[in-house]
Design a protein around this ligand. Structure first.
Ligand code: ZN
Length: 484
């Protein structure tokens, strides 16, 4: 068994989670559940609480920052139940273990840190400086707001020291970036020349919120320097804990993030780790964004989808299923209630749900309960093919394609029933052979569904009974009641 670390990005807590946040956590959960079949997995998520964004939104609501981030962080944490996430750890960057870890990392990078006076244009929404030429009409290209001019003496990190090393690591897939298009984006950014970046801000500008720079309490760490270190601080980097040793130093690390923060993860973060002489992550996997009715979710449009309400209405597994099967994992996707309900009815209710109930009803009608299963090795091998393909797609972070393999098997079984017409057969041996195949294949579908729809997987296996030697009496539970 290998040790695998799976992480999500940690979210800003200036608001409650929406469907986009849920999407990333579900992706990471699928990956973690898949890896757990053969590995020791540490699945980490959490919240990023030290940003200026959080300070501003607390000010707007007229509450102390600490209360504001605490309240919202809790909502992120509660996604665990609503989405059935299997994470092992949830880190808040206001926790002591994180503060100690971030400060230790800073000190470990000291040879690459220097102070200089800097004048730049800062976007609080992005928590990033912009160059004049990257602005659109003098505004942030993402947030479309005028930037704040900042002039301060700050600490800088000598990113330029790592240009060649990073280029080689990424070109040779030592740090593998998925998908390829993002890898190329990162490579061309590195080739354009890496500039040192600012890693602190004055206490005054930070409004006293954030992590102190070691040995200089007039400055707070830039939020990205602090946030990125969560991946090691959570594991106990500060005290060199056993988990840190096991899952970081001797582990296989996969960061799962949105495509918009690839630069921080594929350039800044590895450079910081190289500077501190720490192990690098092996994989950086990026996913796309989700729109609602083909529009970006926004409070002003009023199309923000609350994952708690959605799962309450339709159930956790159907929501997971939609997000995992509707679009390419590394691409963008769109949600609409209409699409959701159509897909649910066609694929879950009429598809899988109907296959299971139809098969069980026929077994009962044909008086097969208690009869011994009779299955050929050849058929088992045929099913192995599906399992193999599904696993391969899971390894490659192609969840929609993995689900497609399961649905190919589901459709194959539907067709098999249509063609063999078991309701017209009276020969018991023939019926036993036919239904042995169906029960076996449906059980495998149940197992294959586990990373995607864990509860449905459990339900299917329990409906079929764990005994594989004979036909069991039937628990006729409707898996997916039709939506009107
Ligand atoms: Zn911005």
């Amino acid at each position: 068994m290998e040790n695998k670390l799976v992480t999500t990005a940690i979210d800003y807590v200036n608001g409650a989670p929406h469907l986009g946040h849920a999407l990333e956590k579900i992706y990471a959960d699928v990956y973690a559940r898949h890896l757990r079949k053969n590995n020791n997995v540490y699945f980490l998520t959490g919240t990023d609480e030290n940003s200026l964004k959080n300070v501003r939104s607390a000010e707007k609501e007229g509450v102390p920052v600490k209360d504001h981030v605490g309240e919202n962080s809790l909502k992120f944490k509660q996604m665990k139940e609503a989405l059935n996430l299997s994470y092992n750890d949830f880190i808040r960057t206001t926790e002591n273990r994180h503060v100690l870890g971030a400060q230790k990392l800073w000190k470990a990078c000291e040879k690459d840190i220097y102070k200089k006076t800097y004048k730049g244009l800062y976007c609080v929404g992005c928590e990033e400086y912009y160059k004049e030429e990257d602005l659109i009409d003098g505004c942030c290209p993402i947030h479309k707001v005028k930037l704040e001019e900042v002039e301060e003496e700050n600490y800088f990190f000598k990113l330029s020291n790592y240009q060649n090393e990073l280029l080689e690591l990424i070109e040779k897939d030592k740090i593998k970036i998925i998908p390829e298009t993002r890898k190329n984006e990162v490579l061309s950014f590195i080739k354009s020349g890496l500039q040192d970046f600012c890693i602190s801000r004055s206490n005054e500008r930070a409004k006293g919120w954030g992590i102190d720079v070691p040995q200089d309490n007039t400055q707070k760490m830039w939020v990205w320097f602090d946030a990125l270190s969560n991946y090691i601080s959570a594991l106990g980097y500060a005290e060199e804990s056993e988990d840190f040793n096991k899952f970081w130093t001797n582990g296989d690390i996969a960061h799962i993030i949105g495509k918009d923060i690839i630069r921080f993860h594929a350039i800044y973060w590895p450079a910081m780790l190289l500077s501190a002489e720490l192990k690098l992550p092996q994989k950086i996997i990026t996913h796309g964004f989700i729109t609602v009715d083909n529009q970006k979710m926004s409070k002003s449009i009023g199309n923000v989808i609350d994952p708690f309400e959605l799962t309450k209405k339709y159930g956790t597994d159907p929501v997971r299923y939609f997000l995992l099967s509707e679009f390419k994992t590394t691409g963008d996707g769109d949600f609409s209630y209409e699409k959701f309900e159509n897909k649910y009815n066609a694929e879950l209710s009429s598809g899988l749900g109907n296959l299971v109930s139809r098969t069980l009803t026929l077994i009962e009608k044909k008086n097969l309960i208690g009869q011994k299963i009779n299955l050929s090795e050849e058929f088992k091998k045929e099913i192995e093919e599906y399992i193999f393909k599904c696993d391969k797609h899971l390894d490659n972070f192609e969840f929609n394609e993995a689900i497609n393999v399961i649905w190919n098997l589901e459709r194959f079984l539907d067709k098999y029933i249509e063609e063999t017409k078991p309701w017209e057969i009276n020969e018991t041996e023939e019926l036993i052979k036919l239904f042995s195949k169906l029960i076996y294949a449906i059980r495998k579908i149940g197992e294959m569904l586990y990373p995607f729809m864990p509860e449905t997987s459990k339900k299917i296996l329990s409906i079929l009974g764990n005994e594989e030697k004979k036909f069991n009496s039937i628990n006729k539970e409707t898996l997916f009641p039709r939506l009107k």
